[in-house]
Design a protein around this ligand. Structure first.
Ligand SMILES: [Zn+2]
Length: 84
């Protein structure tokens, strides 16, 4: 009986994760989506390399990168991030 409950919870969590990814991908914003298209710097128009090198933990976890040309930081959708 316990194993059935465990499986049910696992499937439920996976479904929630999948829904988050699908919604975020469709909206083209947020952390959960998957961006397969090329990202271009919003400031100078430089194309980001496909094979990205994360400059910090946030980039490693959620994607995005820093522009090689103007060091502008963007998320995985190519939107500029506000620097603190
Ligand atoms: Zn740039």
């Amino acid at each position: 009986m316990i194993i059935i409950i465990y499986l049910f919870v696992m499937i439920l969590l996976l479904s929630v994760g999948l829904v988050l990814v699908i919604i975020s991908t469709n909206k083209r914003e947020g952390r959960w989506g998957i961006n397969t298209s090329t990202v271009v710097c919003p400031k100078c128009g430089t194309t980001f390399p496909k094979r990205r090198k994360p400059a910090n933990l946030r980039q490693a976890l959620w994607g995005g990168g820093t522009c090689q040309n103007c060091s502008c930081e963007v998320d995985k959708w190519g939107k500029e991030l506000n620097k603190i």
